[in-house]
Write a protein of this length. Structure first.
Length: 239
């Protein structure tokens, strides 16, 4: 997958990592970038094409896919956090996390999969988290949703392999964005994270580990996608 000359669609493109994806795509030579947002007035990157989309609204997702029939690269970046802890938070907060990160990401992927297929396969990027692999009680809702999104990403990777769509997952810990502005400690630069992700897409990797924390946590997991899903390499599936 070459970013240069691609047509990209980025969700949550009005701020934070999403905005940096839009900028990085243009810097890498993308021919067109659709900037998906619930608030079009907040899309400020010059040259980007604002598209109204709420990933938790399936009609909104369908309409976005209808508008962007030339997409070759989808970046599922939109997300939020309720800061739902494991013991005290309302269960509706957990439902909101899953509706956004799991169902919303799946809805976008399903809507754009035929578009990518018709346009040669292309690539799909899901913005996950180090919390896909490790949970903390104070953000248990977010972590659980990201873990489920990781599972959905693996399923999409296998399901879309036949049509030639590359599926890349980004794993990263805290970044210097509004979402975690209240937290102290080391934070990755979203500019560098976006660039590293696009480099990973061009290199054809399944996972981009964008910071040291993600690399450390990933190192304790015994197996990677290639071993867990041998059918990607044309061998019999484990299950």
């Amino acid at each position: 997958m070459k970013v240069q000359g691609s047509v990209a669609f980025v969700t949550g493109a009005n701020r934070g990592l999403g905005e940096q994806f839009v900028r990085a795509l243009f810097d890498a030579g993308a021919a067109k970038v659709y900037a998906g947002s619930r608030d079009l007035g907040k899309v400020t990157v010059p040259g980007a094409i604002p598209v109204a989309v709420d990933i938790t609204d399936h009609e909104s997702v369908r309409a976005a896919a209808e508008q962007a029939q030339d997409v070759t690269l989808l970046v599922n970046n939109a997300g939020s956090t309720t800061r739902a802890d494991v013991l005290e938070s309302d269960l509706d907060a957990f439902r909101k996390e899953f509706e956004t990160h799991v169902v919303g990401t799946l809805a976008m992927s399903r809507a754009f999969a035929p578009v990518l297929g018709r346009n040669g396969g292309g690539a799909l990027v899901n913005v996950l988290s180090v919390l896909s692999w490790i949970s903390i009680p104070a953000s248990a809702g977010y972590a659980a949703a990201k873990a489920a999104e990781w599972s959905v990403t693996n399923a999409l990777r296998v399901a879309l392999a036949e049509q030639g769509t590359q599926v890349t997952a980004l794993h990263v810990s805290y970044m210097a964005t509004d979402m975690v502005a209240h937290l102290t400690g080391p934070k990755a630069d979203p500019v560098m994270v976006a660039r590293a992700t696009l480099d990973g897409v061009e290199a054809g990797v399944y996972e981009v580990l964008a910071d040291d924390v993600s690399k450390q946590v990933r190192a304790v997991l015994p197996l990677g996608p290639e071993a867990l899903y041998p059918q990607l390499a044309g061998r019999p599936a484990l299950i």
